[in-house]
Design a protein around this ligand. Sequence first.
Ligand code: FRU
Length: 505
Amino acid sequence: MKILSSLNTFKLSILGLILLFSNLVDAQHPTEQWRPKVHFSPQKNWTNDPNGMIYFKGYYHLFFQHNPKGNEWGNMSWGHARSKDLLHWEELPVAIPNGKEYIFSGCVVWDKYHASGLGNPQKDLLIAIYTADYPYTREEQHLAFSNDDGLTWTKYEGNPVLNINYKDFRDPNIFWHEESKQFIMAVAKPFEYKISFYGSKNLIKWELLSEFGKQGDVGMIWECPSLQYLPIEGSTQKKWVLFVSSQGPYKDYVGMQYFIGDFDGKKFTNENDEDTKLYVDFGKDFYAAVPFSNAPKNQNVWLGWMLSWKYAKEQPTFPWKGQMSLARKLSLVESNQGLRLQQKFVPDFDRMAPSFEASNFVVKDSKFKQISGMKFLKDKTYAVDVKISGSKSHFSGLLIKGKANEQEWIKIGFDEKTMKWKIDRSHSGKIISDFFDGLQVAPAVDGMPKNFKVVIDRSTVELLAQNGTVAISALRFPLDIEENVYLISEGGNTQIQQIKIWELK
Ligand code: FRU
């Protein structure tokens, strides 16, 4: 009897454990263990693209594609959050709700001299221009304005400000072009793989200037363009770069590409071959990034949506779905292969005191080295910076392993034999879809040092390697509660010049 009842208690506790475990991964129960701490995600419900990003009076404003009513795409409106440091975000009420029209992606600019004549002339004026999507019918560009620094918005009575009677015509991004003294809008014709440029003096009347397209990667539709004037590292020169969300480096997966060239106030010209394909990020979870307008010191800072349309529905989080990447500062750098995009995390971790630091040591072949001083990490929000001084290994980098389940791991590092950077998430916890592939690979950029920075924030993993000329952004959904960071070397030794870790509180 006694044996039977303890057997039953045992069974019950196993059942309890199973229930607890399935609750943990059930999409209808809160999954706070996967909510990034220093990346923006809405308190509840769906988000995709970042929108209307502007720095204004001490705040970085992030509007975002949002379904205020559910944890899936729909009722598209602009949600709103702001931050002083791009790490801590404060969510505000929905900024632009949908009506008959869905409020699709777009931008916000400061109408400094009240060129539009809208609103109260005594107060600062912000102008949002976004796509009004009438499902399956038409996409037009609409305007809304704000006289209270972006908190509340009035839809302009004279909308649309731009309509060419197209079903797909979207995602306007605008900047002030000093030389031609006008605002320039880049806007996508997705199915023609074209970006149209329009000019305006007052943000209301727009005139077609030129079109660019059908170059680079045309494997999938084009969306969310931005034209930016980027500084070239180590010189006083700048170049125009056109960014487009499209197919990325993986067939049938969305991603982002860029074209480097010139812009004369009317027309963008690609200085590379039409077939040159330059990708922003070699991970599967970085899309729709656009810059902050009016950013401090005229810098080019952006962030992207950290998820993929390929499996967005399957993201197993509740009560929110979708999150943004960390903010990154953009520039160009001369490599042995020509000019390349460089992305650096904002904030600058190097200015913060690390929780752990070690230099000049060797990680032996097929061994992994626990980074001494590193305890098991419960919170899983940290940044790691590694400088490799020499390697003969086909994998030099980090192995991040669960505590209770050592079979749960993610690998991040460099393959000296094939000259490729890799993130392997094939054993990283919950595999959410057949398309949530394990290995993500980026070719090394010739002439750049073998250093890398990784920011792990619970479910987000962002790698910026070789001074930020290589990026891989990937999600993961770990099941283990604690994990630890090891250095590994496979198929040869690796010399480490320095490693630093920052635990982000
Ligand atoms: C890109 C996108 C945009 C559109 C928005 C709709 O992810 O498809 O082209 O404006 O999302 O939510």
